[in-house]
Ligand binder design. Structure first.
Ligand SMILES: NC(=O)c1ccc[n+]([C@@H]2O[C@H](COP(=O)([O-])OP(=O)(O)OC[C@H]3O[C@@H](n4cnc5c(N)ncnc54)[C@H](OP(=O)(O)O)[C@@H]3O)[C@@H](O)[C@H]2O)c1
Length: 220
């Protein structure tokens, strides 16, 4: 069932939307995974945001590390999408320059829609071309827009969110703060190159079972 109240707080919105969960002390992972940070409320937001996007962006690090599963949406969410004039499933877009990804990975090989792999330069005849469209570009967001993918949901990880933030391509951050002090060592929401601070405007802060569901928009 779709939580209409929550959906009204996370409407389908054009641009680049990051969805992320961190501990109260800012850790993006515990023992290398985000699983321990998640909660039923966070998962509900996760499902809603997947339902409303055109494409789901993920960095190769997360794809390799998190046992990323083929994109699924239950019947009610697929119905919602079709009713909204969208395809039944969003398109998976994996970001990778090294292209060190297994073409047999279920999230690629068993994807409901042929995925895209965004890379700086797409070599001809790469084995990944058997399971995905390789897009060679230095301007991924513009390239995706040209393909009609205008509502982009980025599920991380910090390398990809850092790259998007450095380029000032982020329009929205949906952040769940998990009630946990994870301790030092884990990456934050972003890693990568230094850049000027980016201002955000708070849209909402919803308490949910001890977690806090935060929605911020980029103020330009
Ligand atoms: N808390 C959360 O919500 C959350 C969400 C996601 C992940 N995580 C955690 O984050 C950790 C993984 O972090 P990470 O920084 O390694 O992951 P990542 O951002 O998923 O992956 C980084 C990789 O993505 C590729 N990449 C990034 N920007 C690119 C660009 N502009 N063009 C082409 N490729 C690009 C590169 O892949 P190649 O090396 O293949 O070139 C890069 O090494 C894991 O511990 C995971 O659990 C947490």
């Amino acid at each position: 069932m779709i939580d209409e109240w929550l959906l009204a707080r996370y409407p389908r919105t054009p641009g680049v939307r990051i969805n992320f969960v961190t501990s109260v002390d800012g850790a993006a992972a515990v023992d290398g995974l985000s699983t321990a940070l998640s909660s039923p409320a966070d998962k509900e937001v996760f499902r809603l945001l997947r339902m409303t996007c055109d494409a789901l962006l993920v960095g190769a690090g997360t794809f390799r590390q998190e046992a990323y599963r083929p994109l699924t949406l239950d019947a009610a969410r697929r119905e919602w999408r079709v009713g909204a004039g969208l395809s039944a499933y969003p398109r998976l877009v994996v970001f990778s320059n090294r292209l060190d990804l297994d073409p047999g990975h279920p999230a690629l090989a068993s994807a409901p829609v042929r995925p895209l792999i965004v890379t700086r330069a797409a070599p001809a005849g790469h084995p990944l071309a058997g399971v995905a469209d390789l897009v060679g570009t230095e301007e991924p967001v513009a390239a995706l827009r040209q393909l009609g993918l205008t509502h982009l949901l980025c599920e991380g990880g910090p390398g990809l969110t850092g790259w998007l933030t450095a380029r000032d391509e982020v329009d929205e951050v949906c952040l769940t703060l998990a009630p946990l002090l994870a301790g030092p060592g884990a990456p934050r929401l972003v890693t990568g190159q230094q850049h000027a601070a980016r201002g955000l405007r708070l849209v909402h802060a919803l308490p949910a079972e001890g977690a806090l569901l935060l929605r911020y928009r980029r103020s330009r």
